[in-house]
Design a protein around this ligand. Structure first.
Ligand code: ADP
Length: 247
């Protein structure tokens, strides 16, 4: 428990730092992008200047993407999110719409998500963020033509949202660091290392848990299974009758 508290406290302080940094960087970057755009329009006839301005604009876009993920990370934490009954199939639809998955290179299969017993308590947008991050990691790890499976399992009190891939797996040596903000093994520009830190914060907001099951020896491709356990939404009709009885 102490470890968890220390981790949450660290995440919260990194979150505050992230918000500050994102704010301070966001404005000047927009300024730089505008200036480069002006320069480009003014010197359209000069090939070299136009090429350099295009590169400046490209790089500012990259910084903006990092600032965006810093912002969404910074806004995680705190437990004031709205709690609704959430259908996981809806969450999946939202995640898929926001994520550009190249359907030729990976196949995503959904199982059980529409089950009426598998509704959870939470914030649908925040849960879509969780799924987007898990799916994009699964996609990045997948071999060409690999399958990603998203399914749910319910118990009396909880529902597990499970994402499985057939990718490279996660070596044991780095498992402990996965939720650390800025920890990434991806090429610069591809990964910010904020994905799983954000997932962790959102799952915490929901009083949930996350477990990673990966074969760990990277010799064979055996994939990764990530399980997010969330509070189950218990049938509202029985809650209504109980409320009536109490009043
Ligand atoms: P990012 O995706 O920006 O690297 P994350 O926090 O989402 O940041 O992930 C951290 C690291 O965890 C990744 O760089 C990768 O090494 C590892 N990882 C996460 N999900 C998977 C997966 N499904 N298969 C293999 N490695 C993974």
């Amino acid at each position: 428990l102490e470890d968890k508290l220390v981790h949450s406290e660290r995440l919260a302080s990194i979150g505050r730092l992230a918000a500050g940094v994102a704010h301070e960087i966001g404005n000047p970057i927009t300024g730089i992008a505008c200036l480069a755009q002006n320069l480009r329009e003014e010197r359209e006839d000069d090939g070299e200047i136009s090429e350099i301005s295009a590169q400046i604009i490209e790089q500012t876009k990259r910084v903006s993407r990092i600032v965006q993920s810093l912002m969404s990370f910074a806004h995680a934490g705190g437990r004031q999110q709205a709690e609704y009954p959430v259908c996981l199939a809806e969450v999946a639809r939202e995640a898929i719409a926001l994520l550009s998955l190249n359907r030729q290179s990976v196949e995503v299969q959904f199982l059980n998500l529409c089950d009426p017993d598998h509704w959870v308590e939470g914030d649908p947008q925040r849960l879509a963020q969780v799924l987007i991050n898990l799916l994009s990691n699964a996609r990045d790890a997948s071999p060409p033509g690999g399958t990603i499976r998203v399914r749910s399992e319910a118990s009396e009190q909880t529902v597990d949202l499970i994402v499985e891939d057939e990718g490279s797996g996660i070596p044991k040596a780095i498992v402990d660091r996965l939720f650390e903000p800025f920890f990434t093994t991806k090429d610069p520009g591809k990964g910010t290392g904020l994905g799983l830190a954000l997932v962790y914060s959102i799952v915490e907001e929901h009083y949930g848990q996350i477990t990673i099951d990966s074969p760990a020896d990277s010799e064979h491709q055996r994939g990764t299974r990530i399980r997010v356990t969330l509070p189950r939404h218990v049938d509202t009709t029985s809650a209504v009758t109980r409320d009536r009885r109490e009043s």
